[in-house]
Design a protein around this ligand. Structure first.
Ligand code: BMP
Length: 276
């Protein structure tokens, strides 16, 4: 029952332009690796993206942790996105009423909607969080991921909360392109095909908490391997942060080699899943 269609086949059936773009990028680059660039200096941010760019389908940002942020950083990020052919995902985790999230998404210092192809939201406020974000993002062709599960120890995003997140997404299929989750959910290819599944839906599952060398960190993060995520759990994209950029941000050769290793493992697990 694992998801056996290729990324390219799935791209053809996506109506949302961002979902299509991500699947096409994965197929073109033969990479289901996303790198999360969680560093605080613009210089490190740009140099890591320059190094890992060739190996990724997507770069995930936390733009609000950059200490020396200037609007020109966004232009440089967009230039790198074109040069290396990757999608941009600002991991903003919106979680407020519709009116507030629409302002946070469109305005403020970061104007996220103007540059980030994908962003995400916690389902906790209910459907209004999607309505607020969609009022800004849908006209721009953006896509939203709902946080249906988390990688952390003791997460409250489980059981009926996770099931309700899938239902919320289902009611907003034009804008919600998938989930941040630890396993495939919704529609075809469900690992545990529930009574609620809908045959022709195809959500994208992007999965953080991926690391090959350690089991977690000192603050509740839990890691699984690319194979566990892509093959065993049927997810689509592995999101890796510290496992790739590590502690010493100046070791560009090491960072490139790690990115190549995660890309290779993620792709091998996908090939195994689709049976080629
Ligand atoms: P790392 O691989 O260094 O542990 O980073 C994981 C990244 O994914 C962080 O940016 C974190 O905010 C994000 N993340 C996560 O780890 N677990 C989740 O459930 C959701 C996340 O967005």
């Amino acid at each position: 029952s694992r998801h056996q269609q290729t990324y390219g086949q799935r791209a053809l059936r996506q109506a949302n332009p961002t979902a299509k773009l991500l699947l096409e990028t994965i197929e073109r680059k033969k990479s289901n690796l996303a790198v999360s660039v969680d560093v605080t200096k613009s210089k490190d941010f740009l140099s890591i993206i320059e190094v890992v760019g060739p190996f990724v389908c997507l770069i995930k940002t936390h733009i609000d942790i950059i200490e020396d942020f200037e609007p020109s950083l966004i232009e440089q990020l967009q230039d790198l996105s074109k040069k290396h052919d990757f999608v941009i995902f600002e991991d903003r985790k919106f979680a407020d009423i519709g009116n507030t999230v629409s302002l946070q998404y469109s305005g403020g210092v970061y104007k996220i909607a103007s540059w980030s192809h994908i962003t995400n939201a916690h389902p906790v406020p209910g459907p209004s969080v999607i309505q607020g974000l969609s009022s800004v993002g849908l006209p721009l062709g953006r896509g939203l991921l709902l946080l249906a599960e988390m990688s952390t120890k003791g997460t409250l995003a489980r059981d009926s909360y996770t099931e309700d997140a899938v239902r919320m997404a289902r009611s907003h299929r034009n804008f919600v392109i998938g989930f941040i989750a630890q396993r495939r959910m919704g529609g075809i290819g469900l690992v545990d095909e529930g009574a609620d599944s809908v045959a022709d839906e195809d959500f994208l599952i992007l999965t953080p908490g991926v690391g090959l060398d350690v089991a977690g960190d000192a603050m509740g993060q839990q890691y699984r391997s690319p194979r566990q995520v892509i093959f065993d759990s049927g997810c689509d994209v592995i999101i890796v942060g510290r496992g790739i950029y590590g502690n010493d941000l100046s070791l560009v050769d090491v960072i490139a080699a790690r990115a190549e290793r995660y890309m290779a493992e993620g792709w091998a697990a996908y090939m195994e899943r689709v049976g080629s």
